[in-house]
Design a protein around this ligand. Structure first.
Ligand SMILES: [Zn+2]
Ligand SMILES: [Zn+2]
Length: 181
């Protein structure tokens, strides 16, 4: 089985964590996980792990290879999807055999965040919608910040936090709305 990225290395068996058999390329350090191996491990692994926040530093950079790779097992195109949740790279999956490709350090990064047992969700419509919602809310925040400027934006954020935790939140909000009109 040839590596779908560097196309030079052969994929060789490697147990990445206990009970999970993968196939790794020694040349580009990419990793292929067959669908049945992943599900077998997931079944045994049992309880879902709590997602951990992205580390401030210390994470090894990932080689996020471009879309358009071919499945090393069945030759179909791999579908590329963003991981999101602070992980700034994509995963590639074969819609035909269900195998998943991880570029260098992608599996390790997901493992360090406890996202490695949620890989099957990354390709779901619900997961992808959540990423799009997060991104559009981020874009809106940036736009607001550039329109208001740092001082007013800071005041707005401070006020929002103050209102959100306030025991008389609805009274304050209706006062603001009333003053506005
Ligand atoms: Zn390779
Ligand atoms: Zn395939």
């Amino acid at each position: 089985m040839k590596c779908p990225v560097c196309k030079k290395g052969s994929l060789e068996s490697e147990d990445v964590i206990e009970g999970l058999k993968t196939k790794a390329c020694r040349l580009c350090d990419g990793r292929w996980i067959q669908s049945f191996q992943y599900w077998k491990w997931l079944d045994k692994h049992g309880q879902k792990l709590q997602e951990l926040p992205a580390a401030e530093a210390g994470e090894s950079p990932c080689d996020d290879s471009p879309a358009g790779k071919l499945c090393p097992e069945c030759g179909h195109f791999l579908t590329q999807r963003k991981v999101g949740h602070g992980a700034d790279f994509h995963l590639d999956r074969c819609n035909c055999c269900g195998g998943i490709w991880f570029d260098k350090n992608e599996w390790e990064t997901l493992h360090s965040r406890n996202l490695h047992d949620k890989v099957h969700f990354v390709f779901s419509a619900a997961w992808q919608k959540q990423i799009r919602d997060e991104e559009s809310s981020e874009t809106f925040e940036k736009r607001l910040q550039s329109i208001l400027g740092p001082d007013d934006y800071g005041k707005l954020k401070e006020t929002t936090v103050w209102i959100a935790d306030h025991p008389h939140k609805s009274m304050i909000l209706s006062y603001i709305m009333d003053k506005k009109t």
